[in-house]
Design a protein around this ligand. Structure first.
Ligand SMILES: [Mg+2]
Length: 386
């Protein structure tokens, strides 16, 4: 993070375009409810379509099993938490077996350092967005089924991870299949928090001369449900350009063509596409300006922040809900501790260190807040001092 609050907002005044991610940025989910829904939808796929042991359906979602920032260690069947030196600081094998320091040293060698740079690898599957809490939980529950020889569908932990990823693809990547989309869109009150301040923030930015756009990986039908519920049925008039199913982070350097969904003089709705073409669209919408500055807000530290920062000339603001002070909504886990720090431990005699992901946010974002509501309050305070 490069800026103090005042210097950030001073430079934000010069921004011409503000872009937003959708899920967990403009739209706030009720995280426990979402985790349970994803876990249940994944279980049903694994049992009903891939014939895994039906007893899996009886396992209830427990939000303590897996938290944002964990890594699934695919080769060992562990869930782990790492610090900013890539050292394994806490690990569980299966749901309940916590590894002792000696076991961590045995499994990860003396220095406990793993090779991981943020992206998914052959060995590590990061649980990064809240959509993935159910994925990490199911992986580790299925590790117990495997160890206890309750199911023969998978021959090793890597095959379990592959099956869980297949389930993620099945429930999220097609509007017309699985239980996720019908359940959530028929029960929006149960899963989504309404955020009147976020609409006010968008209006305030427009009043201050900024053009707004939205780039989301979500499907158009789904996004429309969420935005109508949370921002209002006239949400479209707030944005100049909306891109659905953008496939971030490959959006920033792919050559995928845009598909036009609808277009009028004031706004465009598109699908797919790429950053270079997107920039031309922004440029065409500001014929009087030769140069413009852009700032992008998102929660995904890879897709919205690191890759965006590396491959565009945009500033980035990370939304990290875990930074909310005194939150009891699962943001500091009794089992895993905080998102930002690894506890100092009598056992390891190691000092309190930043986690891998906290260091990642510090390195790759220009600024971060715990929500856009908080950003609205800071922005209003800044404007009132002018
Ligand atoms: Mg998001």
């Amino acid at each position: 993070m490069d800026y103090s609050r005042d210097s950030f907002f001073n430079s934000f005044q010069k921004i011409d375009f503000v872009g937003f991610d959708l899920d967990h940025t403009l739209i706030h989910y009720k995280i426990q409810e979402l985790g349970k829904l994803v876990f249940d939808c994944l279980k049903r796929y694994v049992v009903e379509i891939r014939s895994f042991n039906k007893d899996l359906l009886q396992v209830e979602y427990d939000p303590e099993i897996c938290v944002k920032g964990n890594l699934c260690d695919i080769s060992k069947g562990n869930l782990i938490k790492i610090d900013n030196d890539n050292k394994v600081r806490r690990a569980f094998h299966g749901v309940n077996k916590q590894l002792s320091l000696t076991e961590i040293e045995q499994q990860y060698n003396q220095d406990k350092i793993i090779e991981f740079s943020g992206h998914r690898t052959e060995n590590f599957l990061p649980v990064f967005s809240y959509f993935e809490l159910g994925m990490g939980s199911l992986f580790i529950v299925m590790v117990d089924f495997f160890d206890e020889k309750k199911d023969q569908t998978c021959k090793n932990y890597a095959e379990i991870a592959k099956l869980v990823l297949d389930a993620m693809d099945y429930i999220f990547n097609d509007w017309n299949r699985g239980y996720y989309y019908p359940t959530i869109t028929n029960n929006l009150d149960k899963y989504i928090k309404k955020s009147p301040k976020i609409r006010k923030l968008l209006e305030k930015m427009k009043e201050n001369g900024k053009g707004l756009f939205l780039i989301t990986n979500s499907l158009p039908e789904y996004s429309n449900y969420l935005l109508s519920f949370s921002i209002g049925s006239d949400w479209e008039k707030l944005f100049q350009i909306v891109v659905f199913f953008a496939r971030k982070p490959s959006f920033y350097d792919s050559k995928a063509q845009f598909e036009i969904i609808s277009q009028n003089e004031k706004s465009m709705k598109l699908m797919f596409g790429n950053y270079n073409e997107f920039k031309k669209l922004l440029f065409n919408s500001t014929p009087n300006k030769k140069e413009f500055k852009t700032c992008y807000f998102g929660d995904h530290l890879i897709g919205d922040i690191k890759e965006c920062k590396a491959k565009t000339d945009w500033n980035t603001v990370a939304i990290i809900e875990e930074l909310k002070p005194n939150s009891n909504d699962l943001l500091e886990s009794p089992k895993w501790g905080s998102f930002s720090f690894c506890d100092s431990s009598k056992e390891t005699k190691e000092e309190k260190k930043k986690t891998f992901w906290q260091q990642f946010a510090d390195t790759h974002s220009d600024y971060y807040v715990y929500s856009l509501e908080e950003f609205y309050d800071q922005y209003c305070e800044f404007l009132s001092k002018k």
